[in-house]
Every structure is written in C-alpha cells, then in structure tokens.
Design a binder for this molecule. Structure first.
Ligand SMILES: Cc1cc2nc3c(=O)[nH]c(=O)nc-3n(C[C@H](O)[C@H](O)[C@H](O)COP(=O)(O)OP(=O)(O)OC[C@H]3O[C@@H](n4cnc5c(N)ncnc54)[C@H](O)[C@@H]3O)c2cc1C
Length: 290
C-alpha cells in the first residue's frame, strides 16, 4: 500500500477528508485508492464514519486500526453514542487512546428504530459525550454543526445553544452538515460568532456523485438543494460523465466562493471517491509537491 503524506502540500489552507468503512473487497480497494490519491494533500485529519449498527461499528474499528497502523495520517474516528451504554462508549474511547488516537468526531447519531435503551445508562446528547471523552483523556474533539439547523431543533437559537454546549464541554472545532448556499454558511458563521463560539467552523463539502442519492441525504438531514442545482442535472440520468463534470463545477464554484469569504479550512465528504475531491482541492491551490 503506497500512502505518502510525508511531503507537505503547498497551501496555507487546511483540508480534511471523511471516509466510510467499506463493506466488501471492492469497496475496500476503492477506499484505499482514494486514500492514496488524497494523502499527499497533507490533510489535517481523515475521519471514518460510525453507526449504531454493530456490524458497521466493527468495520469502522478495523478501518481505523488499519489507517493508524499503515499510514502517518491523523485518524479521527467518528463515535456516536445512541444505542450503546456509557460503559461501552467509554471503553471504545479508552481503546482508541491506547492505540494512539488523539482526535475523535463526537456525535449523538440517530436513534435506531425499534431499539430502546435505558436512558439512564446512555449519553443522550453529543455534549454529554464530549464532556465524558474529555474526562477520559485529552482528546482533540470535533462536533457536528448545522447551518440549516438540525431537524429536531425547534429554533435556530436552540440549535446554536446546543453547538455552544458542545464547544463549552471541550470540542475544539465544528464540522458542518453539507449545504449548498454560501450565504447559508456565512449567516450561520456570523450567528456562531455572536454566540461567542470562537472555534473554527469548518464547512462540510459534499461533491455530488449521484443526484437521487443526494436528494435522499438532503431529505434526511434537512439540507436544502437549490433549484439551480436540480436544474443542472435534468436529463443526465444516464450520462455519468457529464454528471461528473457538472458536479465538479458546482463544488468548485462553492469552494471558491467560500474561499473568497475567508474560509481556509474545508472538510470533504468523499464517499470514498477521490477524483472530484482531488480536483476541487487542486482548484483551491491545495496541491502536492512533486
Ligand atoms: C460532520 C458530521 C459527521 C457525522 N457523522 C456521522 C456518523 O459517522 N454516523 C452517524 O450515525 N451520524 C453522523 N452524523 C449525523 C448525526 O449523527 C445526526 O445529525 C444526529 O441526528 C445528531 O447528532 P449530533 O452529534 O449533532 O447531536 P446533538 O448535538 O446531541 O444534537 C441532536 C439534537 O438534540 C438537540 N439537543 C441537544 N442537547 C439537548 C438537550 N440537552 N435538550 C434538548 N435537546 C437537545 C439538538 O438541538 C439537536 O436537535 C454526522 C453529522 C455531521 C454534521
């Protein structure tokens, strides 16, 4: 496996990449090819998603272990707390610390359907998880933020209050849910600043690979897809090549607009694919030194 991130990328901007744990050999190859391609861009960290599903949890642990043992990347496992006891979560965190992992993306996660856990024995919210992780060890902690508010939050105010709780509990940065309107992000960033949230708010960029899949994601997490984006994909259902070009154009436009507004840190939801993300980074002058 050739994973080289010993060279420094030539940029003052920072990037981080999210991967999901692969579920078969083909997906595993794809993830590792993507890691090889993106590692020379010197990411601040690479994160690996997690879930309440036990089988997927094991895959996350395996991917995290392999990444930690075979690369020099800073690996940041996601850790969700729903559907598991405090003891189980604490034990995972201790294992991670003993493996040398210092950065965790701490999340509540979505409640599994048809599974009830005793609320007394679980962390109910990410802020509780952050507080507890900080007691276990001095982890560097990232948390989730929602420029278009979390679907369960009643108001923007309570949503930002929750983010503030997570930061006050010890998180050192927030990574946003994906969004498409630059104004949506800027308004959110301003509101965070007004609340006294002074850690980096890193935009989460989701390059569009499959439009129907995007619509599904957006529906679940409450993100808005502007009509102009929908329009650009009309008639391209069976034209993957053009879809890819259009998607690259949209993501580059978005990243360049954010850059103009002073954003110098980007988190990419790679979906384990490197090409689009690499092209966007290239356009932002985040390049490997040859
Ligand atoms: C960058 C990023 C990465 C993600 N990675 C994953 C992943 O790997 N796996 C996964 O399953 N999901 C992931 N998610 C999705 C996330 O788990 C869901 O959005 C989940 O519903 C909320 O998680 P949270 O950590 O934001 O929760 P929280 O911050 O706990 O907030 C959840 C809701 O509870 C409310 N709330 C918080 N505290 C209180 C309180 N004391 N009283 C009343 N209400 C309260 C909040 O306002 C909010 O509406 C990710 C999201 C992002 C943005």
């Amino acid at each position: 496996m050739k994973v080289n991130n010993t060279k420094k990328a030539i940029s003052l901007k920072k990037v981080s990449f999210e991967f999901f744990p692969p579920n078969d050999k083909k997906m595993e190859k794809m993830m590792w090819r993507s890691i090889e391609k993106l590692s020379p861009l010197d990411p601040s960290f690479v994160s690996v998603t997690y879930t309440h599903d036990e089988i997927v949890r094991q895959r996350t642990h395996q991917a995290v272990k392999k990444l930690t043992n075979s690369t020099s990347l800073c690996v940041a496992p996601h850790l969700t707390c729903v559907g598991a006891t405090k003891e189980a979560i604490n034990s995972i965190a201790k294992d991670y610390w003993n493996q040398g992992i210092r950065h965790i993306v701490a999340l509540r996660g979505d409640q599994p359907i048809n599974r009830k856990t005793n609320e007394q024995s679980t962390y109910s919210f990410a802020s509780e998880l952050v507080e507890s992780l900080k007691k276990i060890a001095d982890f560097d902690i990232s948390v989730a933020a929602y420029p278009e508010i979390h679907p369960e939050s009643k108001t923007r105010e309570t949503d930002i209050d929750n983010l503030k709780r997570k930061i006050d509990a010890g998180a050192s940065r927030a990574i946003t849910q994906f969004f498409f309107g630059t104004d949506v992000f800027l308004y959110f960033r301003d509101r965070c600043a007004k609340k006294g949230i002074d850690v980096p708010i890193i935009p989460g960029i989701l390059p569009i690979t499959k439009f129907p899949q995007l619509k599904n994601f957006a529906k679940k997490c409450g993100a808005t897809i502007p009509k102009w984006i929908e329009d650009r994909f009309i008639g391209l259902d069976s034209d993957a090549k053009t879809r890819e070009l259009v998607a690259a154009n949209i993501a580059i436009e978005q990243a360049k607009e954010l850059e103009k507004e002073g954003v110098d840190e980007f988190h990419f939801y790679t979906l384990n694919r490197a090409e689009l993300v690499y092209a966007i980074c290239h356009s932002l002058n985040i390049r490997e030194i040859k």
